[in-house]
Design a protein around this ligand. Structure first.
Ligand SMILES: Nc1nc2c(ncn2[C@@H]2O[C@H](COP(=O)(O)OP(=O)(O)OP(=O)(O)O)[C@@H](O)[C@H]2O)c(=O)[nH]1
Ligand SMILES: [Zn+2]
Ligand SMILES: [Zn+2]
Length: 272
C-alpha cells in the first residue's frame, strides 16, 4: 500500500525467475497491512468532523505501513550484516540507466565477488532477462500497481537468492523518484541515478530522494554535448539537499567514470 501517491501495492506482487516458466511466488498474501478498524463512538459525526477523522486515520495508516516496513528492513539489515552481504538499493526515475549501469558494473566485480540481483518493476521480466544474460542469479519482483519495493518483497526475494558470504546484492527499485525514497529495504546504501536528459533541477524538485541517498551517479555524460544540462549546477543543488552525498559522473554507454565507481564499490566490499 502506498498512501503517498494513492497507488496500491497490496495485491498482485509476484516473484519471477528468467527461464523458469512455472516459477511464480506471490508475496504478502498472508496478513498484509490492510486492516479494518471499527469505530463506535455512540454519537453521530458531522461532515467536517468525519472528513478530519478520515485524514487522521489515513495519516495513522501511512505511519503504520512505514513502521512495519522499517521493522522488517532492520531484520533484513541484520541478516545482511551477519552474512557480510553488501546490499545496495538503486533508485531513479524510469530510464535513467539503472539496468545499464548494472550490466557494465557486474562483470567488473564478478572475478572477486559473487553478485546477485533483485529487479523491481511493475510488469515484465525485461530487466531480469538482461541480468540473467550476465550469468548472475536474479529474481524479478513484479509489483503490479505498486510503485516501489518494500522490505517484505526484498526479504522474500533474498530467501530465494540466498546470497553468498561477502557478496554484492544489487536491488534495482521501481523507476520512480518519489515513493521508493520512503521505504527502507535494509540496504547498506542508497544509490540514486540521475541522467543528463532529465534536467539539472531534479535534486530540488525531488529532495527526499536526494536527501535519503548516500551516493548519486550522474549517468549518460556522453550526451552532455547535446543537452542543456549543467552537471556542476546539478551537483550544487544536490549538495543543498544533502551535503554528505557522494557524487560520481559516468556513462554506461562509453564506460567513462566507471573506474571511480568500481573503486567505490571495491572499497565497500573490502570493508565487509
Ligand atoms: N546515451 C546513453 N544512453 C544510455 C546510457 N545508459 C543507459 N542508456 C539508455 O537509456 C535507456 C534506459 O536505460 P535502462 O538501463 O533500461 O534504464 P533503467 O533506469 O534501468 O530503466 P527502468 O528500469 O525502466 O526504470 C536505454 O535505451 C539505454 O540504452 C548512457 O550512459 N548513455
Ligand atoms: Zn507511490
Ligand atoms: Zn531497469
Amino acid at each position: 500500500m502506498c498512501d503517498t501517491c494513492g497507488c496500491s501495492g497490496d495485491g498482485g506482487v509476484v516473484l519471477r525467475k528468467p527461464g523458469v516458466k512455472n516459477y511464480h511466488v506471490h508475496v504478502g498474501d498472508d496478513g498484509h497491512h490492510d486492516h479494518e478498524h471499527s469505530h463506535d463512538h455512540g454519537h453521530s459525526h458531522d461532515h467536517a468532523h468525519d472528513h478530519h477523522h478520515g485524514e487522521a486515520r489515513k495519516v495513522q495508516m501511512e505511519q503504520d505501513v512505514l513502521l512495519q516496513n522499517n521493522m522488517l528492513a532492520e531484520r533484513n539489515r541484520g541478516w545482511f550484516e551477519a552474512r557480510r552481504v553488501l546490499a545496495l538499493n538503486f533508485l531513479s526515475s524510469p530510464g535513467s540507466g539503472k539496468t545499464s549501469i548494472l550490466e557494465k558494473t557486474i562483470p567488473a566485480l564478478l572475478e572477486r565477488h559473487p553478485v546477485t540481483v533483485i529487479e523491481g518493476d511493475q510488469q515484465t521480466t525485461n530487466d531480469a532477462d538482461r541480468i540473467d544474460a550476465l550469468g548472475v542469479p536474479v529474481i524479478q519482483v513484479n509489483t503490479g500497481t505498486g510503485c516501489h519495493l518494500d522490505a517484505q518483497m526484498v526479504q522474500r526475494a533474498v530467501k530465494e537468492l540466498d546470497p553468498a558470504e561477502r557478496s554484492l546484492l544489487c536491488i534495482e527499485n521501481v523507476g520512480n523518484l518519489v515513493c521508493p525514497a520512503l521505504f527502507d529495504l535494509g540496504e547498506a546504501a542508497k544509490v540514486v541515478v540521475i541522467s543528463v536528459t532529465e534536467g539539472d533541477d531534479k535534486p530540488l524538485k525531488y529532495p527526499t530522494m536526494f536527501h535519503e541517498a548516500d551516493i548519486c551517479l550522474l549517468n549518460k555524460t556522453d550526451l552532455l554535448p547535446h543537452v542543456d544540462f549543467d552537471p556542476a549546477k546539478c551537483r550544487e543543488y544536490a549538495m543543498q539537499v544533502n551535503h554528505h552525498l557522494e557524487w560520481i559522473e559516468l556513462s554506461a554507454r562509453t564506460g567513462e567514470g566507471f573506474d571511480e565507481w568500481i573503486a567505490w564499490l571495491n572499497a565497500k566490499l573490502a570493508a565487509l
